[in-house]
Design a protein around this ligand. Structure first.
Ligand code: B12
Length: 260
């Protein structure tokens, strides 16, 4: 006897209208198919249907997996990315509770980066796990080569890329202080939504340094295939932004004001 239920999160089981006896079945189905939002789910008395509840729980599990898992080491090896760590020492639990420590490089990390990386590149790419390992795994393979090629095609120098474990966006400042690049591009996993774990962001800053805030940064967000910003296009786009930053000598709000 098999007591397993089919996977409620399987693509073919999503996107089906569950309203009982709708007046316009095709209309409800078209609405449901048009969005990943949980609409047209029907109800069992005042409660969710079992199917909605199971999908909700499955999607929550996908989110937790993306958040608590480490980025696949062979992927980092494939791109020759060495790993350094922030000041987080107590695993993901501490990472979630202490964003301030995720914005600072450990002393070991500072030493390793200073030893292994080219100084003063035009473009410095850094990869960080952030809030989703799945996001890095889904997009890095496509996006990193495009950034590298785009940098070379623009006649710019490409710094030594590396991986930061337990990273927050503010880590850009410490790296800027150490390597003094023109532009840092930090590829980092976004906070996962329910069932949507593969969304990556590229946070960028011009000559970042201690004391800079998000007002000094720009972000290309929602990078994923099939509905988000395509990673190949995003790779080309971040190079355009980097060139704009270098032309105007600034980033973030100042860049908006300078470039109109
Ligand atoms: C969480 C979040 C926030 C939180 C951040 C709080 C915190 N300490 O974590 C709050 C609610 C404060 C916030 C505010 C804003 N946010 Co917000 N945010 C997000 C969200 C949902 C997740 C970000 C994430 O996972 N980051 C990765 C983790 C690892 O980073 P972190 O180091 O933990 O946290 C930093 C970043 O999240 C960063 N950040 C958050 N939003 C923004 C927006 C910009 C323009 C920048 C440069 C940085 C930034 O601030 C945190 C502290 O440094 C994204 C949605 C998405 N799809 O990414 C939107 C998103 C990034 N935010 C967005 C916007 C527009 C804003 C605001 C400008 C809104 C406003 N008009 O005030 C402000 C800017 C605040 C700022 N930091 O300067 C947009 C950016 C669109 C774009 N391409 O420019 C997004 C994509 C949402 C959206 N779809 O519109 N945000």
């Amino acid at each position: 006897m098999c007591i397993d239920r089919p996977d409620p999160a399987a693509p073919e089981r999503r996107g089906k209208a569950q309203v009982d006896n709708p007046r316009d079945p095709a209309g409800v189905q078209a609405l449901v198919a048009a969005t990943p939002a949980r609409i047209g789910v029907g109800r069992a008395g005042p409660r969710f249907k079992t199917r909605s509840l199971l999908l909700f729980q499955a999607d929550h599990a996908i989110t937790q997996d993306a958040l608590f898992r480490d980025v696949n080491q062979p992927l980092l090896d494939e791109f020759g990315l060495f790993t350094v760590q922030t000041k987080i020492t107590g695993g993901k639990q501490e990472y979630l509770l202490r964003p301030d420590l995720g914005r600072l490089l450990s002393d070991d990390a500072k030493r390793t980066i200073a030893e292994r990386c080219v100084k003063n590149p035009n473009i410095q790419v850094v990869v960080g796990d952030g809030l989703s390992a799945a996001a890095i795994e889904a997009n890095l393979r496509q996006m990193l080569p495009v950034i590298r090629q785009g940098t070379q095609a623009a006649g710019l120098t490409f710094g030594t890329p590396f991986f930061v474990k337990y990273a927050r966006v503010g880590i850009i400042n410490d790296i800027g202080d150490l390597l003094q690049p023109d532009v840092i591009i930090l590829l980092i996993g976004e906070r996962p939504g329910l069932g949507r774990a593969e969304s990556m962001s590229a946070y960028m800053g011009y000559k970042p340094k201690t004391g800079d805030t998000d007002a000094n940064r720009d972000v290309v967000c929602n990078i994923f295939e099939g509905g988000g910003t395509n990673p190949l296009e995003a790779g080309a786009f971040v190079i355009q932004i980097a060139q704009k930053m270098r032309k105007h000598g600034c980033s973030g709000v100042a860049l908006k004001l300078a470039s109109g």
